[in-house]
Design a protein around this ligand. Structure first.
Ligand code: BGC
Ligand code: ZN
Length: 367
């Protein structure tokens, strides 16, 4: 079968490769699930891997099959698989357990190991190929009504983990009644975070750079949320009018925005950080002021990476709710389809050049 691969450490090395089709017997004890891949989404991580800034091949390989946002259909299950059936639509988690205590209890996204294993990213092959085999532990059923937007499951899991953990952390408040939320960034992650906060009943303000008319701004407003261009209104001006923000979700990829968000977090508020900033930027920030406000306002910020199956399951439910509550909205995030694995070069080009893209994805196969 075909696979889109890179040679880690070599820039612009994306290429198509013929690899062996996996078998359900690759997973021991009759627990293998063979999934036919239908669609795979791509994001900045894939771009960084192809730029040789990130990513590693599995042991014994000199290439890495990329792609970590999978959507597929179960084609065969081992005799000891009871959780899934042939014909189920599914998405798979990205990280696989290492050795720490947290890995052993199913929370591999919270690993304390230095090395982490992520399919399509680090030390494990990914999903930009025709089939994968895994244990049902890592495969989540996607409701059939979400079939058209199932490729959003992985970014959904990332947005959900941040929000769900924020609520868990806020149990420190005994009774917490968040009313207003802000979302930094209106790419795929920002739009999904806006959606999930709206579904939880919050009044959401989403910040982007572009001045409307702007498609992502329209998408925000279709949710009943407010879009603000930071070119027109600063975050702190907007916070005066639309805050105080009880919860802020940050995922712009720009560490400068993190501290602006911190400065504009409401009392008792929580700031979720999800940007993977691989650079080495140094900044001057009003450190005393931010610290003082955090102390006097009992504020907190926390980092959130990856997601275990719990957040995929919550995500599947929220996506299903969104399909009914905002019909057609999620479909509009799927802006840039690429037809087939053969067009990997177009996929990579879009990742660097398509400024208006929300989700770029590969149509790998028909059902
Ligand atoms: C992926 C996450 C992953 C992170 C760090 C992101 O692009 O969506 O699943 O944990 O990169 O590698
Ligand atoms: Zn990603």
């Amino acid at each position: 079968m075909k696979a889109i691969c890179v040679t880690p450490g070599v820039a612009d090395s994306a290429h198509l490769k013929e690899v062996e089709k996996p078998s359900i017997n690759d997973v021991p004890d009759g627990r293998g699930v063979l999934v036919k891949i239908l669609r795979v989404g791509v994001d900045g991580t894939d771009r960084e891997i192809n730029a040789a800034e990130y990513g590693a091949a599995p042991d014994g390989y000199d290439y890495l099959i990329i792609g970590h946002e999978s959507f597929g259909i179960v084609e065969e299950v081992g005799p000891k698989v009871t959780e899934l059936q042939v014909g189920d639509y599914v998405a798979a988690t990205v990280r696989r357990p290492g050795n720490s205590f947290y890995d052993q209890i199913g929370t591999y996204d919270m690993t304390t190991d230095d090395v982490y294993f992520e399919r399509g990213i680090n030390l494990r092959h990914g999903y930009l190929t025709e089939y994968y085999v895994d244990s049902p532990e890592y495969i989540i059923e996607v409701p059939s009504r979400c079939r058209n937007i199932g490729v959003l499951m992985e970014p959904t899991s990332i947005a959900e983990k941040g929000i769900v953990q924020a609520y868990e952390i806020q149990r420190r408040m005994k009774i917490w009644r968040p009313k207003k939320a802000a979302v930094m960034g209106t790419g795929t992650l920002g739009l999904l975070a806006s959606l999930f906060l709206v579904l939880r009943g919050l009044q959401v303000t989403s910040f982007g750079r572009k001045v409307p008319p702007y498609k992502n701004a329209e998408l925000v407003e279709e949710l009943g949320a407010k879009y603000i261009s930071t070119k027109e209104t600063s975050i702190s001006e907007a916070a005066k009018e639309h805050g105080p923000f009880d919860i802020i979700s940050e995922g712009t990829g720009n560490s400068g925005v993190v501290f602006e968000a911190a400065e504009n977090l409401g009392k008792n508020g929580v700031l979720i950080l999800t940007s993977i900033t691989g650079g080495g930027r140094n900044l001057e920030i009003p450190a005393d002021k931010i610290n003082l406000d955090f102390v006097l306002g009992n504020k907190l910020m926390f980092g959130s990476v990856n997601a275990n199956r719990e957040y995929f399951e919550i995500g599947a439910k929220d996506l299903a709710q969104a399909v009914s509550q905002f019909p057609g909205w999620l479909d509009k995030l799927l802006t840039h389809p690429v037809q087939g694995l053969d067009n990997y070069q177009q996929m990579m080009d879009l990742l660097t050049s398509a400024k208006d893209a929300i989700k770029i994805f590969v149509e790998v196969a028909e059902e």
